[in-house]
Structures are given as structure tokens and as C-alpha cells.
Design a protein around this ligand. Sequence first.
Ligand code: NAP
Ligand code: MG
Length: 475
Amino acid sequence: MFEYAPAPESREIVDIKPSYGLFIGGEWVDSQGEDHHKTINPASEEVLAEVAWATEADVDRAVQAARTAFTTWSALPGSERAKYIFRIARIIQERSRELAVLETLDNGKPIRESRDVDLPLVAAHFFYYAGWADKLGYAGFGSDPRPLGVAGQVIPWNFPLLMLAWKIAPALACGNTVVLKPAETTPLTALAFAEICRQADLPPGVVNIVTGAGETGAALVNHPGVDKVAFTGSTEVGRMIARSVAGTRKKLTLELGGKAANIVFEDAALDQAVEGIVNGIFFNQGHVCCAGSRLLVQESVADEVLDALKRRLSTLRLGDPMDKNTDIGAINSAAQLAKIRELSEAGVTEGAERWSPPCPIPDRGFWFPPTVFTGVAQSHRIAREEIFGPVLSVLTFRTPAEAVEKANNTPYGLSAGIWTEKGSRILWMADRLRAGVVWANTFNRFDPTSPFGGFKESGYGREGGRHGLEAYLAV
Ligand code: NAP
Ligand code: MG
């Protein structure tokens, strides 16, 4: 065995202020309320900064600022709006190391992932939608599609800056203005993005960032001056939002949870499939809505796949997210850790068998070892409920028809994976799987040109690609 020497990324490159206000109308302003919230590094529980909690009055100010800015922003030719969005994309690329470090500190994800996955995708998203801004008449939504107005956007903590990019880039390209609320545990990269808007000379009020908790999100969603609501988060909150928006003129897109099946057939390249299983559920600590959290493996190769998977998991390195060799970082919050523990204990109680590799856990911070459950029945909570952590439930199947039936036996329908060497089987399966994205011989691959979104309780509307424009246009 070779030992790894520590390879920590330096945090010198980021300058975190002790406290942050709200970004409204292109200015940093104080909240009108008294409440502040400390955001921490989940890997060490160190306080990083204090952020304001926006009140209803603050949200109102932000929506007014966005309304005022809408008149001029929406009247700009698309080619002019594109220049701003391209500029934002270039600044993100220039500052990507700094943003990756900030994301890792605030979220707990490994620096290797924020540097090599999140940040390149964030920049790519802005570049991609900048390209659409002057071509909207050719997107298939009429010759001169109009923007909706003010978009109220609420995002979760698992990909803080990437979810911001998915929301803001298409909204601006289509001529809308936005008020965005980041998640309470990961506000810092959204606040850094506010600085980037200033650096890019984006007209004041086109982007407004209001930090806060669920109440701030609710105030934004319910504000009568909002024309479009875009939400990514839990199905539970998504339902509440759908109820509150029903009967208003607001257009709504919801990107919610998932319980994806990653399906391995006996003819698959098994070593690659094992890498795909690991990437599917242990990437980003399993805090991924489209995570391959249910492994469906064909019975004839189940033992072989599980042995290889366990060997592979024994080589994963859990620990300091700032270390460039780390594979598994910290769980984002104490609350999320409690949820993962509760569901894992339910798995044991209901009779599944739990396995984790030997894995030293740091003393401070929130951690959960990579975990595999075998002997899982479809009725078990760990097979039905979204755990949103590094926990894999393994089920087996004999025939393709049984694989389809088990894969679709979920209230969700965000993604699925198929591992086989037969092209015809991939197409046959993809036709029958009720999932917004179906990956074949790969998993968790993202591209700004490709639409992403769910069926059933995973939500509605699409983000990414040409389809993603529709959510921000009056069509
Ligand atoms: P969450 O509780 O639904 O929170 C998401 C966002 O909504 C946060 O900013 C949250 O604020 C805010 N919020 C909470 N209550 C609200 C309310 N009543 N009205 C308006 N906004 C409200 O979800 P989470 O636990 O943070 O995130 C994990 C979930 O997101 C998972 O279920 C996952 O599957 C889903 N997700 C889906 C996708 C997708 O693309 N489909 C992507 C990522 C995550 P606070 O942070 O202050 O609570
Ligand atoms: Mg944090």
C-alpha cells in the first residue's frame, strides 16, 4: 500500500468577509430585520461568516428593484444582453479557483469535485445561455418570444453555485430579472456571484440575492410582484409551493427529489459499471437529486458486482474536503446527517444488511461513511425514500421486464442508469423507464445543452438546453 501525503488546497485565495448584507438593486444593503445567521464549514464546524436573514419587507424591496430593472433589461437587444452574460461567464472562469474553494468551505464537498465538476459546469451554463440571448426567435417558441418579468428563484444546498447558474443564466438570456434565495447553509458563493454581477457592470436590479431561511423563500414565492417561480429542493416544499402558486398568474417550474435506479445487466462491462455505481451514489456524498441510490443488479452477476464494489469502496478516502485526494467530503449539515442516520437505522430495523468499509471518521464536523445495504426489499423505507446521502440500496432482478418494473416502482422519476453492451437493450429500456434522464453506460453526466427534469413527484419543467428557455418565456 502506498500512503497518501496530505495535499491541501490553500484557502488564501478567498477573502470571506465577517458579515454580509443583502444584494438589492446592485448595492449591498442591510436587512430591515434584526436576524442574522452564521454559516459554517460542515467539515470543521468553524463559523465562516454571518449573513442577513431577509424579511418580507426586504424581499419586497428586492422584487421592486427587479421590477424597475425589467423595463430596461427586457428592452435591450438580445445581442446586448448576451455581452453581459458572456462577461459573467468569463469572470467565473477567471475566478474559478477562488469560487471552488469557497464552495468547498461552505458546503463540505471535496475540492476535486467543486474544482473539476461544479465550476466548469457553472461557466459552461452561462456561456451556453449567453449564446441563446440573440437567437430566441429561432428556439421554436415563435418569432419574437417575450420574457415573463420578475423570476423568484429558490435553490438548495447540494450544488449551490451550479443551481444558481441553472436558474439565473436562462432567466437573464430570455430578458427576465431575478430575485434569488440561496439555501441557508450555503449562501457564500451566491454572495460572491453578486460581486461578479457588479464586476460585470450588470445593470442594477437585474440580479438580486436575498439570503435567509424557509420563510424568506416563502415570502419570495408568495410575493404578488413575482411572475415566475423556479424552485429546486425537496418534494415536500415543492408541494407547498405548488399549492400557494395555484390560481395565480405565476408560471412555475419544480425540480424536486429522486430515487433513481442504476441497472446493471450481466453483459455489462462490470468494472466500468462498478465505477458508475460509485459515481452514481457517492459523488457529492450522495447529496444529488438524480443519485443512483437504488442499484438493480442482475442476479447472475450480483455476487461478482458486490465483491468488486466493496473492494472499490475500501479505497475511497473520506476526510478533509480541501485535500485534493479526498473522495468523500462532509455531510452538509447536522440536520441532514440526522436524516441519513435515521433512514439507515430504519434499513437495519426492517431487515436489510448494512456494510461500510473500515473508514476513520474525523472528530469534528458531520460525516457519514459510504454505506451499502443488501437484502433490500422494495417495501423497505431505504428503497422508497430519498436518503440524500452516501447510502446505496441493492436489489436484484432476473429479466429486463422485472428491471423496468422495479425501476419504475417509485413515486419519483428524475433519472435512471443502464449498464449493458447491447444498444437495442438500452433503447428498449429507455423507452419504458419513467425518468427524465436516462444514462447509458455512464451516470451523473451533465451538459448545459441537455434538458434535465422529472416525471411524477420529481417535479415539472425542464432546465438546460433549448427546453430550458421555455420556462422563462411567455409561450
Ligand atoms: P428544501 O428544504 O426543500 O430547501 C430548498 C430551498 O427551499 C432552500 O433554499 C430552503 O431554504 C427553501 N425553502 C424551505 N422552505 C420553504 C418554503 N416554505 N417556501 C419557499 N422556500 C422554502 O430542500 P433541501 O433539503 O434543502 O434540499 C434537498 C432536496 O432538494 C432533496 O430532496 C433533493 O432531491 C432536492 N434537489 C432536487 C434537485 C433537482 O434538480 N431536481 C436538485 C437539487 C436538490 P432553507 O435552506 O433555509 O431551508
Ligand atoms: Mg455552510
